[in-house]
Structure formats: C-alpha cells, structure tokens
Design a protein around this ligand. Structure first.
Ligand code: ZN
Length: 334
C-alpha cells in the first residue's frame, strides 16, 4: 500500500491514503478497538469517533492540528458504541447518522460496560474476556450525543472540490450502516461492513451483508479500503469478508442438527481457512444467530453470554488448531 504522510500519535496511527485523506488506525486489540477517518478538505469531515473520550480527544486534536479548526461534519458508520461514543467531543460539528441508529443505540449503556471493567471479584468467564478486551479504554464521562441529521437516502457532501458520498447499505452489519466513498480517489471507509472478525446477528442480516460486499466489489471497485477494525486493505479484504460468511453459512447447513446447541454446531464447522482472523471463536455468535433463526428464536445482544460461549469455543479451537498468537500492532504495518 502506498501512503502519503504517516503520523504516529500515542493512541492512533494516521495514514494519508489520498491527499489530505487520513485513516486513523488503532492497534487491533479486540472488541471495540476501532478505526476512524478524517478528510481535511473544505470544511472537514470525520468518519467515526471511537469508543472512549481519550481516543476521540486525540482524533479531534489531530484534526485541529491539520486544519486549524474542528471538522464541520461527523458521519457515523453505524450506531455501535465503539464508533460513536466519542461524538460528544464534536459538539460543534454536524453529526450525521443513519435514521435507524437513533433507536438501535439504546441497547448499549456505558455504565454496563464500565461496571464490568471495574469489577474485581467473582468474575464470570465472559466478564474476564470483556475486561481483557477493554484494557486500555476509559469509559468515564461518556454520554450519548444525539445526532443533528438522520439520513436514509444516499447523500453527497462537497468538501471544497472533493466529492464525498455517504452510501446507505443497511441492513448489513447493523440496521444503520453508512459507507463513506470518495469516488475520484477510489478510497472507501466502510465501518464494520468489512473487517476480519465480523459478526452478524441474523441469517437475513448475513445474506444482506454479503450483497453489500458484492456492491462494494463489483460496483464501487475501491483501491483503498479502510475497515472498521484492523489494517487498511484493498478489495481483497472485502472479498475475504464475503468468503468468510459464505463459508459460515455453508458449514452451518452441513452441520445443523435439531438436537445440538449452537456451541456444538460451531465446533463441527470447519473454518480452518479463516483461523488467521482476529478471534476466530467469534464464529459462535454467527452460528448462534443462524441456529436461532432456524428455530424461530431471536438473538438478543447478550455480551456476557456470548463471551462465555466464545471462551468455550476458543478452548476447543486451541486444542484442534493449536493456540494462535495475535499481534495487535499488525494493524500498524506500513
Ligand atoms: Zn466496531
């Protein structure tokens, strides 16, 4: 990958992926270690604001350092807290979200996660996992910041002479996914519509998500893809995400059994081609969603339960494939 400037700060590394277009990349340490973007053209635009205020503060300072002012616009890739909870530090910007984000976000409560982070005794397996993932975040002071604009239709913003398109691909990862596409530069910021370690919450969602990936590959044809988590990639990263879901769906069909629970089905699924992805035991959640759908049951986002079962799948995978080391700084490669 060819970059312009590469600027490393304490928490984030900023890669200039096109002139005055920056990808703000986190070390990929697990859940909520997200990426963002800053387009320093016209009045300025930020795409996503991270999980906690220290990360958002660093991003805002970077914007001010580069442009001399706060960005005029903030666009959120979707409602999830690891992409939106820094919004309150951009109170002087116009915050734009998909119209469904306003209802979707209520399932995520800062105090709930903060209580798990601070818990010291009688930790469940799930809570231990979440504590490990969130080490390095500080969730104090977070309040949901209401967006200024809710959109559904594709929308173009001119930043000086640069055209920036916001494209609605919801529902795919969530019900509120918005891509940021720079057609002339062939750069796309995709939020969690593309990342290694992807999680879908329904069978229908998985199919629609695959269609969104087809649209990116076949119609937009980007040269640079900035995923919601992990390293900057090209269209091959989008293809891999698509291949992963295709494999999950076909393995589920092959191994589904009315008498088995989701964990037992997940253990039978062969995803050996995807063991290099972050936390391959996230497979549990995808298989749970497919299993529940088959049985007419909902899949509420119960992270404590997800984490418990993922840890059981991890133990199984470690034994079957050997323990895989993970380098969080691999997302900082140049
Ligand atoms: Zn995310």
């Amino acid at each position: 990958m060819k970059y312009g400037r590469i600027i490393t700060k304490e928490k984030l590394k900023y890669y200039e992926v096109a002139p005055e277009v920056f990808a703000a990349i986190s070390p990929n340490r697990g859940l909520s270690w997200a990426n963002a973007g800053f387009v320093n053209k016209g009045k300025g635009l930020v795409y996503d604001t991270f999980f906690d205020l220290p990360h958002a503060r660093e991003l805002r300072s970077f914007c001010e350092e580069q442009s001399g002012h706060a960005p005029q616009y903030v666009v959120n890739s979707h409602y999830n807290c690891d992409h939106t909870w820094g919004n309150q530090l951009f109170g002087d910007s116009v915050v734009i979200m998909h119209k469904n984000a306003a209802a979707e976000h209520v399932t995520e409560v800062p105090e709930y996660f903060q209580a798990i982070i601070e818990k010291k005794e009688n930790l469940t397996l799930g809570e231990k996992y979440i504590q490990g993932e969130f080490k390095g975040f500080d969730l104090t002071g977070i309040k949901w910041h209401d967006p200024d604009m809710l959109i559904e239709a594709n929308t173009t913003i001119m930043l000086g002479d640069m055209e920036v398109r916001i494209i609605n691909v919801a529902p795919s990862h969530s019900d509120s996914d918005l891509l940021l596409w720079l057609p002339k530069e062939k750069v796309i910021f995709v939020g969690d519509v593309v990342f290694g370690g992807a999680i879908a919450y329904s069978a229908e969602g998985m199919k629609l998500w695959s269609k969104a990936l087809d649209f990116i590959i076949d119609e937009l044809k980007p040269e640079t893809v900035v995923p919601g988590h992990g390293a900057i990639c090209g269209v091959e990263g989008v293809q891999e995400c698509k291949d992963y879901f295709a494999k999950v769906m076909s393995e589920f069909e092959k191994n589904y059994d009315d008498g088995l629970d989701a964990l037992e089905i997940a253990k039978k699924c062969d995803i050996s081609d995807f063991m290099h992805l972050l936390e391959p035991y996230r497979l549990f959640i995808n298989i749970l969603a497919l299993t529940n759908d088959r049985r007419g049951l909902p899949t509420p986002p119960d992270w404590n339960y997800f984490a418990e079962e993922m840890m059981k799948l991890k133990a199984f995978q470690d034994q079957k494939y050997g323990e895989r080391p993970w380098d969080p700084m691999s997302s900082w490669i140049e």
